[in-house]
Design a binder for this molecule. Structure first.
Ligand code: GLN
Length: 383
């Protein structure tokens, strides 16, 4: 019996590299430093809050906009961190992970034929969302080795059809950050246009060496045109809970919610309440950068004799390595070889480029126990 024939929405798409590399890691019994997720424990207090809310009966739908208490705590955290007020009633929505928030933000705006400037290397969900809506991704490559933006090139790519910019800082997969001047430039170039910014800031609390996270919300005119997306999963080491958020001016949020309510209606309730209570103490999220900086520094020290060349990481829990001194294999091939022969699963950087640009670089996730990092470094230093 044949199944019905229909036209693929994403004819060129394959299974995401994160799933592929998880399978590769399993197949070769390799240490999995590929997909970005922590392998250490979650704060016991947070876990017990979840079970307490479940036991107390908060097991039905959360409000469509998200639990009010969480929206309020989040609003306070943005005042504390950035001196920017988002109204919990009209300007904040809790989502099922940042992935859903990003999908909904793009869907809220993009119409067939619209152009969307996407900073590359780019997290893999941006392009497919744009493509499914009949929009056109216009990639702009950050410049290696520091992965800085060429703003002149950005300006040259702007046309009358440009409807959106997808921006990401701290940046996955390069670990670069956009600084104050970058943000001013983005603000200046979008000023006076109807361009909407989708600002993926899921690593907002993972930034190193005393740098400050330059959120779009710190720049009045940028804040006024941006969907700011965040993730509790990254901040509280709970990527599997799939809870994120979107902040935007109320007129934009009204439209966002029309999509959000039809995609998921609401994110899961007891975990939202648990995070709200846990986050009321800002001590529970203000030290994430220190925690990860220690991991980064420890891993870098373990890797100091490796022939893999580290590209300085300023934020996120990823570290890029240039392997050109070791091999001229394509990075896809190199990561498979590394998993099979060395026993460490990583992510090839080319996956994040729409033209599969091969910069002979791999991404390693260091959100791991010291023991995992030690084992991985030992293997990698032997190459
Ligand atoms: N953000 C994670 C990463 O970059 C992956 C999330 C996912 O698998 N969708 O590794």
């Amino acid at each position: 019996m044949n199944t019905p024939k229909f036209k693929s929405k994403l004819p060129k798409a394959a299974t995401t590299i994160f799933t592929v590399m998880n399978q590769v890691a399993q197949k070769y019994n390799a240490l999995n430093l590929a997909q970005g997720f922590p392998d250490f424990e979650v704060a016991p207090k947070l876990i017990s809050l979840v079970s307490s809310y479940m036991q107390r009966g908060f097991n039905q739908y959360a409000p469509m906009q998200g639990a009010l208490r969480l929206r309020e705590v989040l609003s306070n955290s943005f005042v504390l961190n950035h001196n920017k007020f988002y109204d919990p009633i009209t300007e904040i929505t809790i989502t099922s992970g940042a992935t859903q928030a990003i999908y909904c933000a793009i869907t809220t705006v993009v119409q067939p034929g619209d152009e969307v400037i996407v900073v590359e290397p780019a997290f893999d969900i941006y392009h497919p969302a744009i493509e499914m809506l009949g929009g056109k991704s216009i990639p702009i490559k950050l410049k290696a080795p520091n992965y800085k933006m060429d703003w002149q090139e950005f300006e040259d790519l702007m046309t009358e059809k440009t409807k959106m910019v997808v921006f990401n800082t701290p940046h996955n997969p390069t670990s670069a950050i956009f600084d104050y001047q970058d943000m001013l430039k983005l603000q200046e170039l979008t000023n006076g246009t109807d361009i909407v910014v989708v600002s993926d800031e899921v690593y907002e609390h993972i930034i190193f060496d005393g740098e400050q996270h330059q959120s779009v919300c710190r720049f009045a005119e940028l804040a006024n045109r941006s969907f700011l997306i965040g993730s509790f999963g990254k901040t509280f080491h709970v990527t599997g809970w799939k809870i994120g958020f979107c902040l935007a001016p109320d007129s934009m949020m009204k439209e966002f919610r029309k999509i959000h309510q039809n995609v998921v209606f609401a994110g899961n309730h007891p975990m939202q309440l648990a995070i709200a209570e846990y986050m009321e103490d800002s001590e529970n999220y203000l030290h994430v950068s220190e925690f990860y900086q220690q991991k980064r520094d420890y891993f870098m020290q373990l890797m100091k004799n490796s022939k893999l060349k580290a590209i300085p990481a300023h934020g996120t829990y990823f570290q890029l390595f240039d392997y050109s001194a070791l091999s001229d294999m394509h990075d896809m091939e190199f990561t498979h070889w590394l998993a099979k022969e060395v026993g460490v699963a990583t992510i090839p950087l080319s996956y994040f480029y729409s033209d599969n640009f091969d910069n002979k670089s791999i991404r390693i996730c260091f959100a791991k126990n010291d023991n995992t990092l030690e084992q991985a470094a030992e293997k990698l230093c032997k190459i």
